[in-house]
Design a protein around this ligand. Structure first.
Ligand code: FAD
Ligand code: NA7
Length: 528
């Protein structure tokens, strides 16, 4: 066998998996990454304005106390170059690079039941074998490029935000942008002052709140560093670990004046997760509470956007139930003469022609540059591109034909020794600490297999079914299924409902893992 373990993907997940399996378990491990460098999300998403909206001090690995102390972030939220720099530094710190092949895509993997190993095929045709595979392919990693008519022959510059070319400029150009999710909101806010003209082709208007980002004072940074142990310990008892103190109060249990005051205070402080989870505890559980938040944000849009016709187009019509957004002055950009918003729900995009976007009404917009901020085929997107075959040649496409699923977001029945990081049904939470949990659990399961002298470990079908029944129930108790978004895969036309998350969040998920451990891993089969 070539390796004990192969890791796929060099984002937060893959890098930590390589470190854990190689350095802590002593496994001969190699990582393959299709990009030219490490960093995952932060290697690919170099669009203007790209930033994390988890608080800086929590958008990092929590396990390494020395690294926490030497990490000198400058803002409340990390900008893309800062996260990339952090992850490149992490790879160097642990000499991970020597066991990483970049620019190497994995095309597929097949389970060899005679040898209890995976035969992994690289895109250039070479086969490598390993006892274990850890696939850290990314939750938001496979770009969604809608098949617009005329896309291939568009004569202007066209770019998807997650494949942003290094040397492109938007300055003094006529730019169009499709997409007003988290990415679109960040790009629009960043480029609006410098473009000749910006046409925002908006299908769904968004609820966004101020981010409150800014430079972090030295005192604040010192305080964080002095209290890191307590901060992480406290955060890890929360649902989202986003640094947004979660409210315990229902929006129904306060007077209208108090509700307004709490929303105002949160608006002034900033932060999307802080607004959705820190104001009241039932904004995503109760339609009436949600409506209070909708109305508040809409009133802010009306206050900020001076032109009533533009303000009307920017008014969301869905519930406030997508991933919460925050921005550095998004709605303000529409007060610029050079920024227009076009409602492409009312008048959909018919085709691209030459360097123009043509709507069904025949209205057309001539552009130098078209930005696709159209998001991702989240969760299973990168898996569906693989030729991944488990027991008896079962393909992942067949296994997930009614929607992606797994046990704990980590393992699938019929795919022994294949561990996912951030698979469907993982914790709804800030990703780096959640990723640490997945990777630590994988390391623990491999160690357990070794101690039982087993060469194969597999989640039972019943474990997978029971976990997804729980995920289904928790999701259906929220209002999230009532809007279309990547959280349930409903942003992709025709995709079956795919639950990307266990909505119990981080702390409950951790309790579940503790239960699995104390039960003696009865949810898995171990075989020699
Ligand atoms: P990724 O970082 O996506 O890495 C996956 C890697 O796998 C990629 O490099 C990809 O090239 C590689 N890969 C995939 N398929 C193959 C293959 N077949 N062969 C070889 N390599 C392959 N999360 C938060 O918690 N807070 C935030 O504030 C936040 N902000 C975000 C902002 C943006 C713009 C985006 C896109 C995502 C954000 N996220 C955020 C989610 C973010 O994806 C995670 O926080 C985290 O970076 C995921 O790490 P990962 O290792 O699981 O996956
Ligand atoms: P999102 O949140 O999925 O947003 C994608 C946007 O693109 C959204 O506004 C979509 O409109 C729009 N879109 C997608 N397809 C089309 C077509 N065919 N026509 C018009 N508009 C379209 O992706 P992001 O990249 O912004 O954010 C993803 C996550 O990354 C984010 O939540 C963070 O976690 C980081 P729609 O709303 O579907 O009508």
């Amino acid at each position: 066998m070539d390796y004990d373990a192969i890791v796929i993907g060099a984002g937060f997940g893959g890098l930590y998996a390589l470190k854990r399996l190689r350095d802590d378990l002593g496994l001969k491990t190699h990582l393959y990454e299709q990009g030219q460098g490490v960093g995952g999300t932060w290697y690919w998403n170099k669009y203007p304005g790209a930033m994390s909206d988890t608080r800086s001090h929590l958008y990092c690995y929590s396990f390494d106390k020395e690294l926490l102390q030497s990490d000198n972030f400058k803002h409340h939220y990390r900008l893309q170059p800062e996260v990339l720099n952090y992850l490149e530094g992490f790879a160097q710190r642990y000499s991970l690079d020597k066991d990483i092949s970049t620019a190497t895509e994995v095309a597929g993997a097949a389970w060899d039941a005679d040898e209890n190993c995976w035969r992994v095929t690289l895109a250039h045709g070479r086969e490598v074998t390993a006892r274990f595979v850890v696939s850290a392919l990314g939750l938001l990693s496979s770009p969604n490029i809608p098949p617009f008519d005329g896309l291939e022959t568009f004569t202007g510059e066209i770019v998807h935000t997650s494949r942003w070319p290094e040397n492109t400029t938007w300055r003094d150009k006529r730019v169009g942008i499709i997409g007003t999710g988290s990415t679109g909101v960040q790009v629009i806010t960043a480029i609006a002052p410098d473009v000749k003209h910006l046409t925002v082709l908006q299908r769904s208007a968004q609820y966004s709140v101020p981010s409150g980002n800014g430079r972090m004072g030295e005192d604040h940074l010192r305080q964080i560093k002095e209290n890191y142990d307590e901060i992480w310990a406290e955060e890890k008892t929360t649902i989202t670990v986003f640094g947004a103190k979660e409210s315990k109060v229902s929006a129904h249990d306060v007077t209208p004046e108090e509700r307004e005051r709490i929303f105002e205070e949160s608006w002034a402080d900033g932060g999307g997760f802080r607004f959705m989870f820190g104001t009241f505890n039932d904004l995503i559980l109760d339609e009436v509470s949600n409506k209070y938040a909708q109305d508040f944000i809409k009133s802010k849009i009306r206050q900020v956007v001076k032109d009533p016709a533009k303000a009307e187009k920017l008014m969301p019509t869905d519930m406030y139930a997508k991933r919460p957004l925050c921005d550095a002055g998004y709605y303000q950009q529409f007060n610029r003469e050079n920024v227009d918003v076009v409602d492409v729900k009312a008048d959909p995009i018919a085709r691209l022609d030459g360097n123009s976007v043509i709507l069904e009404s025949g209205e057309s917009y001539e552009l130098d540059m078209l930005i696709l901020a159209t998001g991702f085929d989240a969760g299973d997107g990168n898996y569906m591109r693989l030729k991944l075959e488990g027991v008896d040649g079962l393909s992942i496409q067949e296994h997930w034909k009614e929607g992606a699923r797994s046990f704990l977001g980590i393992m699938n029945a019929n795919f022994p020794n294949l561990f996912m990081i951030n698979g469907p049904g993982g914790a709804f939470a800030n990703q780096p600490p959640a990723i640490e949990l997945y990777v630590d659990t994988v390391a623990e399961l491999i160690a357990e297999a070794k101690s039982r002298k087993a060469t194969a470990i597999e989640a039972k079908s019943s474990s997978e079914a029971e976990w997804f029944a729980i995920c289904d129930e928790l999701t259906d108790a929220t209002i999230l299924p009532k809007v279309k978004s990547w959280i349930l895969g409903s942003n992709i036309p025709g995709k079956p409902r795919s639950l990307n998350f266990y909505m119990g969040g981080y702390s409950k998920y951790k309790d579940v893992l503790d239960g699995v451990r104390s039960d003696g891993y009865t949810q898995f089969d171990f075989r020699s």
